[in-house]
Structures are given as C-alpha cells and as structure tokens.
Design a binder for this molecule. Structure first.
Ligand code: ADP
Length: 164
C-alpha cells in the first residue's frame, strides 16, 4: 500500500490545505494528515482542536486519516511505513524552506521522498496566518475555510457565530 503523509501546522486548516490533501488522496492509497508540533510557531488552536477541524474538513475523502505527532517526521514515516511526504508549494517564498526540509528528511530517512504539488491558482495566496489576520480585524473569513468548519473557527477567532 502506498502511504503518503501531508504534514503541517494546520492552524487552522484552510481550503488551500484541503486542495492539496484531496489531490494527494487521488495519487496514493492512503493519506495521513499529520499535525506536527512546531516549537518555533505560536499556535492559536490546540493540537486536538486542529485534528478535530481537519477530520471535519476531510470527512468526505475516504482514504484520509488524521494524526498528531510530537517528534521527527522522518521517524513517524518509518513507524507507519510511509515512503512519501506531500507538500504544497505556493510561491518562491515556500521553496527555500521546503527544499531544506526535504533534504533533511531524506538524510534522516533515505527511503522518504518529498512530493511537491503546486498550489491551485485560486489558493496561491491563502495561509492559516492570513485567515487569523483577517479575523483579527473583523473581516469575513468564510471564503477561506472548508464550509464544515467555518462556525468552529469563527467561534474561536471572532467570538461570534455565523447566522447565529
Ligand atoms: P502554513 O504555511 O499556512 O502555516 P502549514 O504549515 O500548515 O501552513 O502547511 C502545511 C502544508 O500545506 C505546507 O506544505 C504548505 O506549503 C501547504 N499549504 C498551505 N497553504 C497552502 C495553499 N493555500 N495552497 C497550497 N499549499 C498550501
């Protein structure tokens, strides 16, 4: 079975993430969306909250599961028998960091390949931090998020409920 991992912070998951996950699910037998702890970033949503939001947003994709890991991605991949990491590339700005990570993961686990999918033009600009910035100033974030999680994210970020 060809297993791929889509790792990230997903703080929170956006339509851009879902697009990459869906496309990965079409290429591999099983996709594990992995919420990783990143001590360099301050996160708004807890690991469990992020996992729950991803599960809701991807519930219609059959071969996708969600997990949390506090450790090296290369080790997690070994443990679950995954040979591929799928990442989305938005712009040149993503490239340097992603290239460095891909080479590091390959060093740590030589069997591990990183596959880059180019962002869909519609979502090129979209990031979790952009969603949080817009919400902070009271802007409408519903168009950036998978519909299943709009209310949950709004509740947390804006302290208000759409239509309620
Ligand atoms: P962010 O950079 O928004 O904090 P993550 O660390 O959660 O996002 O990113 C996980 C993966 O999803 C990364 O490979 C990132 O490049 C990709 N990604 C994030 N947003 C998009 C998008 N709008 N389109 C394509 N890929 C994306």
């Amino acid at each position: 079975m060809r297993i791929a991992i889509c790792p990230g912070s997903f703080d929170p998951i956006t339509k851009g993430h879902v697009d990459i996950i869906k496309r990965a699910a079409g290429l591999f037998d099983k996709v594990i969306v992995l919420v990783l702890t990143n001590y360099n970033k301050h996160h708004t949503f807890s690991l469990e909250e992020r996992k729950g939001l991803i599960e809701k947003a991807t519930c219609d994709i059959e071969n996708v599961t969600v997990d949390i890991y506090d450790g090296l991605l290369a080790n997690y991949a070994l443990n679950v028998g995954a040979k591929s990491i799928v990442k989305g590339l938005r712009a040149v700005s993503d490239f340097e960091y992603e290239f460095q990570m891909a080479l590091t993961n390959k060093k740590l686990n030589p069997e591990l390949e990183t596959v880059f999918l180019t962002a869909t033009s519609e979502y090129m600009y979209l990031s979790s931090s952009l969603v949080k910035q817009v919400a902070e100033f009271g802007g409408d974030i519903s168009e950036f998020l998978p519909p299943q999680i709009v209310n949950d994210v709004m509740k947390k970020l804006c302290n208000k409920k759409i239509g309620g």
